[in-house]
Design a protein around this ligand. Structure first.
Ligand SMILES: [Zn+2]
Length: 175
């Protein structure tokens, strides 16, 4: 039996989602929209962001769920766990608030409140390191589209990669 890779669009989409899914605990900010009360949204956000879904138990839950509905279950479990933790790492190093609040991550919540992960060298969210990283990865995505004709954008917006590939190869030539 041939070894299965992470070759299906669904599996790649699940892995991609695992890198952004921790931030669903920040959706409380929308509470202000539903209740027409900005204070409720801010309270939900400040109370639960970096708590409900920025922890190891949630990671195991999501990785298990995604693996269960995937083709390459073991690889999807491993890669969703990795992407989830890359998200936590990025939060730790570069998401300090404008008021210098560090948004500690209770890694073992809801079972334990400790440890609360923080890094003293954490930079603010809207500073140049994050801008540089964003520009780098946008450039990398454009390069992938030009070189391989596909990128994570194509997982969410079918056909966009093809159109961008045609445009980029028309401008910069065929690789
Ligand atoms: Zn986060």
């Amino acid at each position: 039996m041939a070894q299965k890779g992470v070759n299906t669009k669904k599996d790649r989409l699940l892995i991609t989602l695992s890198g952004i899914i921790p931030d669903i605990d920040g959706l409380g900010i929308l509470g202000g929209v539903f209740y027409d009360n900005k204070i409720i949204g801010l309270e939900l956000w400040s109370t639960y962001h970096h708590v409900l879904s920025h922890n190891l138990p949630f990671c195991i839950l999501i990785s298990s769920l995604f693996a269960a509905i995937s083709q390459a279950q073991l690889r999807v479990f491993a890669l969703t766990t990795l992407c989830f933790h890359i998200h936590l790492f990025c939060d730790l190093v570069g998401s300090r608030g404008p008021d210098n609040y560090q948004w500690p991550i209770p890694y073992l919540w809801p079972f334990y409140n400790q440890p609360q992960l923080v890094w003293q060298g954490q930079w603010q969210l809207n500073t140049w390191p994050n801008m540089l990283i964003t520009v780098f990865f946008l450039g990398f995505i454009l390069y992938m589209i030009w070189k391989k004709g596909e990128s994570p954008i194509g997982l969410l917006f079918d056909g966009v990669d093809k159109k961008m590939t045609i445009a980029l190869r028309g401008r910069f030539g065929t690789p």
